[in-house]
Ligand binder design. Structure first.
Ligand code: THU
Length: 160
């Protein structure tokens, strides 16, 4: 038997204003997108903003459905739109903000597993890391230097 170990490192900033200006603007775009989420069932609104190598920012939010599994998370809404519109651009950063109308969310809320897998696809495709920033509605912001850090032992195309 051998043991495989991976270390994940997150940097946590106490508040958004501690981050560089470009990240603050990106997160503000995510927060704005969160405000337009369609989440009548969970009451949990998420916004995501993707920064591309051509400087374009693409935003998205979660879209729910009466048939629950048909809904889509904010991160995938944003990243799929970005990749469909700008297939040749690299994805540099993604900022995510999650909130709820039922309770306070002041801790960083990381992307779900399915969204990590989706973001990972583009990181592997472009062979350049995607910085991931995530927060609740308020409070601390966590930063991961690369998506791979959030999804160790990734499933990728080499298995196909
Ligand atoms: N959600 C996201 O948009 N992103 C995530 O990473 C986690 C969950 C959405 C899906 C659903 O609309 C609601 O949050 C509750 O799970």
């Amino acid at each position: 038997m051998k043991v495989l170990k991976r270390e994940s490192v997150l940097f946590v900033y106490v508040a958004l204003d501690r981050l560089p200006k470009d990240v603050v603007h990106l997160m503000e775009a995510a927060i704005k997108a969160r405000g337009k989420a369609y989440a009548p069932y969970s009451k949990f609104q998420v916004g995501a903003a993707v920064l591309l190598s051509n400087n374009v920012v693409v935003t998205g939010n979660n879209q729910e459905n009466a048939s629950y599994p048909s809904g889509l998370c904010a991160e995938r809404t944003a990243i799929y739109y970005a990749a469909s519109q700008y297939p040749k651009e690299n994805i540099l950063k993604i900022a995510i903000s999650a909130g709820s109308t039922k309770k306070q969310t002041s801790r960083p809320i990381p992307p779900c597993g399915a969204c990590r897998q989706a973001i990972s696809e583009y990181e592997l495709k472009q062979k350049k890391p995607i910085e991931v920033y995530f927060m609740g509605a308020t409070g601390a912001v966590a930063k991961s230097d690369s998506l791979s850090n959030l999804l160790p032992f990734t499933f990728d195309k080499s298995e196909l």
